[in-house]
Design a protein around this ligand. Structure first.
Ligand code: F6R
Length: 606
């Protein structure tokens, strides 16, 4: 949440910072700003409310000179969306951008007594505290360290002062920061995607670390200013992955590229001929695998739904295993107990979600082994888990998660298959799973190609509704939840996902001709029961769209029949069509599909 960039080097800073902010805009987009320091040691500051395009316009009127500076794109936490609340903040000589929340900002304000504030933000209070210690020739890093020792909360910061040109001080606690090491230039960002195209070498700051950055050097310290050994790492990916590649929106690109990204998720992990599935990351010996009694899967939003889907398969495939899927924001505060021989799967696209990270730490405290199912390489969760696997879906730029869901589910299915393979799971089922996973990229490509036009038409028809139910049973139930989440996030249609069997226990009271329902009906042992739910809805005037892999007769307003040889993991095919449906509904309603209102990618605050 919120994006930070910083630059010190040999190029005009404004362009680099603006480019970085555009790449980070998906992390928050209600206001933004840039501050630079010019050759004459004069600071300049421009801020604007709205998207980065507004800042860009302001910078045309007031260009900023200088080869160093800091920038920020905001997702408001403290204080409304105004120019005054936008970052960078400055208090006398301290210019600061901040991600996170300073929880004790009121105490700090009281401590600073006479200080006047121009904004309602906790971030300006932090700038004032640093300024308080930045007196009488103190070095900026000393003042930052002193201030941070007084702070309770989370932060990723970049700070400069006109009194110490050529230097940017950064620090992190609970909010990511990565420092790119270029040739005579240093680029700081809250997300490695902002560094792509500039450098491949970067230092990922750990919690409790700070760094003094100049054009040629980066020194990392702890808050006692003791030097810390934090070696540079290679950043993966290339700049083309964070461009739209000819599509109108990142969301559409990310839906359509799933066949390719899945090849990366599957690569070297599934052998369809032998029926073997293997994830290298967890590093479990066969005897450790045999001992596992319980799997708890933790995530938020889409990651949680991917976990829920995987849990159905785990139960079906792995003998003598119990599973539990939990929402991280709740679990972190529950007095939970985990049975002996539990393992935890920690699922997160960004690898930075605050609640999921907090759960990971709580689970580790209880001595339970944790495995990450993470997309962003080098992210905090990926670094803190005991083992794990990357899903290799590539950068997901659209705020709504699509390709990551599919890849997360697939990675966890491989995990389930690996467990089943060692624990006497049914070999026929394992063979089927392995074959279907290997076939999935092509099947997704086929389904997208065949149904794209039909889904676009359906979306136009249903875009006028304001309420929707998504319904499914068994493995189609998590897909119903995910379908509803996707639709509400980007179309702003009120959409709820339910297990179809729950309809009669309350929700059906809402069904009338103003609602539409999306049923996912699988051609399995629950087919007739699912049709029963559909008929009950239609009898009450509800409009129904059915996604199905069945050739049997189905009466509904619209039926999308998926023609596929896949049987076991069909929900993943239905889900990509639901993603397309949400996309086209949102486009029809004229919404900003990549950056929907009130949302931000990577929820790094509670
Ligand atoms: C939905 C969505 C969110 C995220 C959730 C977890 O489209 O994007 O629900 O899935 O915030 O994020 P990660 O996976 O980054 O932990």
């Amino acid at each position: 949440m919120c994006g930070i960039v910083g630059y010190v080097g040999n190029q005009p800073a404004e362009g680099v910072l603006l480019n970085g902010l555009k790449r980070l805009e998906y992390r928050g987009y209600d206001s933004s700003g840039i501050a630079t320091l010019d050759d004459k040691e004069q600071p300049h500051l421009v801020r604007a409310v709205g998207k980065i395009a507004e800042l860009e316009k302001a910078l045309i009127k007031t260009p900023l000179t200088g080869n160093m500076g800091i920038g920020h794109t905001r997702w408001a936490t403290h204080g409304g969306v105004t120019v005054e609340n936008a970052h960078p903040h400055h208090v006398e000589n301290v210019f600061l951008v901040h991600n996170g929340i300073i929880e004790n900002f009121k105490d700090i304000k009281a401590f600073l007594k006479k200080q006047k504030f121009n904004s309602d933000t906790d971030s300006e209070v932090l700038a004032a505290l640093i300024n308080h210690y930045y007196k009488n020739g103190t070095k900026l890093e000393d003042a930052v360290a002193k201030a941070l020792k007084k702070v309770r909360g989370t932060y990723g910061i970049a700070v400069f002062s006109p009194l110490e040109p050529g230097k940017i001080v950064t620090a992190r606690l609970g909010s990511p920061l990565v420092i790119g090491l270029g040739n005579g230039e240093t680029i700081i960002a809250s997300d490695a995607s902002a560094l792509l195209g500039y450098t491949r070498k970067a230092i990922y700051l750990n919690d409790g670390e700070m760094a003094v950055c100049t054009a040629d050097k980066v020194n990392v310290f702890d808050l006692s200013l003791k030097v810390v050994d934090n070696s540079p790492e290679e950043i993966e990916g290339d700049a083309s992955q964070i461009q739209k590649g000819g599509y109108d929106h990142f969301l559409l690109k990310e839906i359509m590229e799933q066949p390719t990204t899945l090849l990366n998720t599957l690569s070297g992990r599934v052998d369809a001929k032998k029926g073997t599935l293997r994830l290298g990351g967890p590093n479990l010996t066969p005897s450790e695998i045999n001992k596992i009694e319980h799997v708890v899967i933790v995530g938020c939003g889409t990651a949680y739904y991917a976990g829920l889907l995987a849990s159905y398969y785990m139960e079906q495939l792995v003998p003598n295993l119990t599973t539990e899927v939990v929402v991280a924001s709740e679990y972190r505060y529950r007095s939970f107990h985990l049975p002996k021989n539990s393992v935890a799967l920690v699922v997160s696209q960004s690898g930075e979600t605050a609640d999921t990270l907090a759960c990971l730490r709580e689970i580790k405290k209880r001595g339970v082994k944790t495995f990450g199912i993470v997309n962003v390489v080098g992210s905090t969760i990926a670094r803190e888990v005991d083992g794990g696997t990357y899903i290799y879906a590539g950068p997901e730029m659209s705020v709504a998660s699509t390709k990551a869901f599919t890849a997360q589910a697939v990675a966890m299915l491989i995990f389930a298959g690996m467990l089943a393979g060692h624990r006497g799971g049914d070999p026929a089922k394992l063979h089927q799973l392995a074959e279907e996973l290997v076939a999935l990229p092509d099947e997704i490509a086929k389904v997208l190609k065949k149904h794209q036009g039909q889904i676009e038409k359906l979306a136009k028809k249903y875009a006028k509704y304001e309420d929707a139910f998504f319904l499914g049973r068994d493995t189609a139930y998590p897909i119903a939840l995910e379908g509803a989440l996707k639709l509400k996030e980007i179309s702003y249609i009120h959409a709820e996902g339910y297990a179809s069997g729950e309809l009669k226990h309350g929700p059906i009271a809402l069904v009338d001709e103003t609602f539409f329902e999306v049923f996912s009906i699988l051609d399995n042992w629950l087919f007739e029961k699912s049709i029963g739910g559909l008929q009950e809805v239609r009898a009450r005037g509800g409009r129904a769209i059915v996604f199905t892999d069945s050739k049997r007769e189905i009466e509904a307003d619209d039926v999308v029949r998926i023609d596929t040889d896949i049987k076991m993991i069909t929900p993943l095919l239905i889900n990509v069509l639901q993603q397309l449906f949400a996309y086209y509904v949102a486009v029809k309603r004229g919404n900003d599909v990549d950056q929907p209102r009130n949302l931000a990618k990577s929820v790094t605050v509670e």
